[in-house]
Design a binder for this molecule. Structure first.
Ligand SMILES: Nc1ncnc2c1ncn2[C@@H]1O[C@H](COP(=O)(O)OP(=O)(O)OP(=O)(O)O)[C@@H](O)[C@H]1O
Ligand SMILES: [Mg+2]
Length: 385
């Protein structure tokens, strides 16, 4: 049984500090309340206390850049950060969550809201914390459509944009090619991890992943032998995702076009499915059939995002035509750029390393920002005041 956490309040307004202290003292599950108007003194105290601490930081009068800087410092010691502000526009809430806050409270802080948040955060064991984590799966029921290309480059850019650990998992169990595309020689693969590593602690578990250069992208490749893929069960896929979610805030999955029991399990477990199509009639007909499958599985509407790969402005079929046929909006378009992509594949690197100014490299950067913003925004929806 862990001890009750301490609460550290960083707030420049004396009245607010005292009100918050009063509310917290009424709640029995906090061991100590420490108030600071000087944030630097607050960080020093946090360093001293260590992990079992909840920080409530007010940003009402802070600049955006100092918010990020402050959150970075706090997150080195605790992830249990609550941000308060008298400005509770969607933009401010998004900024707070993007900076790593677990909760946002509008000011003046209400007693019941504060108690609810503290009671949730104090029940988290800091040594074994499960985080809000998202599984984003690239899928198309047609082969050769660009799933692997997009999974790799989206994951790499997500790692940069979010500055957090992103896992890239090759669940194309028989024909995976992420390690070839990235020129990696992994010591472990997904089959080994499923059979041997799922119960290991984070520091050992993460060693099974191949880090892509000096980035926070962690790659897990497909099984080395085709027959190994046959021994992987849907239950093991669920267990793999459970273990991944404890370590990685974002998990990007590449998979095969087949629909079998394992694929359905991957799709069911995903938070987002990025369904990829190209602009031609057979691909769009296939997309229609696949979307019907998703509807029959009652996936929530915002789970499936449809994107177009190899997009060209002068395509004969227009985006509106595709949207009308599928009855869904197109979420994103990735431009056609065969030469840059082939050069990246041949050199075993991500597209940005070939030409960061190319339309396709720019596109992946913007795509990753949109995905991370939209994921945060989905979380913001729960904050209705
Ligand atoms: N935006 C793009 N512009 C030009 N070429 C592309 C684009 N995206 C992918 N390609 C090319 O299309 C081919 C198939 O891409 P990729 O291997 O990523 O598809 P896939 O859906 O993963 O295929 P599989 O079903 O075999 O796993 C590759 O040669 C790749 O270089
Ligand atoms: Mg592929």
């Amino acid at each position: 049984m862990q001890n009750n956490p301490s609460v550290l309040v960083l707030d420049k307004n004396e009245n607010s500090r005292e009100v918050i202290r009063g509310y917290i003292q009424e709640a029995g599950f906090v061991s100590d309340v420490l108030l600071f108007d000087d944030y630097n003194k607050g960080y020093e105290k946090l360093k001293e206390i260590g992990g079992n601490c909840i920080v409530i930081m007010d940003i009402s009068s802070e600049e955006d850049s100092s918010l990020e800087e402050a959150a970075e410092k706090i997150k080195l010691h605790t992830s249990r950060l609550v941000i308060t502000s008298s400005d509770y526009s969607t933009n401010t809430i998004i900024k707070a969550l993007r900076a790593g806050a677990k909760e946002f409270l509008p000011k003046p802080v209400l007693r019941d809201d504060l108690i609810r948040v503290l009671s949730v955060l104090s029940s988290i064991n800091p040594d074994n914390e499960s985080q809000q984590s998202k599984i984003i799966t690239l899928y198309s029921n047609k082969g050769g459509i660009g799933k692997t290309t997009i999974a790799i480059n989206l994951a790499a850019e997500l790692a940069k944009v979010t500055k957090t650990k992103v896992a890239l998992i090759d669940l194309n169990l028989q024909l995976g090619d992420i390690s070839t595309f990235l020129n990696l020689n992994p010591a472990f693969d997904v089959n080994y991890v499923i059979k041997n590593m799922l119960d290991k602690d984070e520091d050992i578990f993460i060693k099974a992943f191949e880090k892509y250069k000096d980035t926070s992208l962690y790659v897990l490749s497909d099984p080395s032998y085709i027959e190994q893929s046959e021994s992987i069960t849907p239950q093991q896929i669920t267990e793999l995702f459970r273990a991944l979610k404890k370590v990685f805030p974002y998990i990007v999955v590449d998979m095969s076009a087949n629909i079998d029991a394992n694929s359905l399990k991957i799709l069911d477990c995903s938070d987002w499915i990025i369904f990829t199509t190209i602009v031609n009639i057979p691909a769009i007909r296939n997309a229609q059939r696949c979307l019907n499958l998703f509807r029959s599985r009652r996936y929530p509407k915002d789970k499936v995002k449809i994107i177009i790969n190899r997009y060209m402005d002068n395509d004969e079929i227009k985006v509106e035509d595709i949207e009308n046929t599928l009855g869904e909006k197109i979420y994103w378009k990735v431009p056609n750029n065969y030469f840059t992509i082939m050069e990246a594949v041949n050199k075993g690197v991500i597209i940005e390393e070939i030409n960061p100014a190319s339309n396709i490299a720019e596109n992946f950067k913007e795509f990753a920002s949109k995905v991370s913003d939209d994921i945060i925004e989905q979380e913001v929806i729960q904050y209705r005041f």
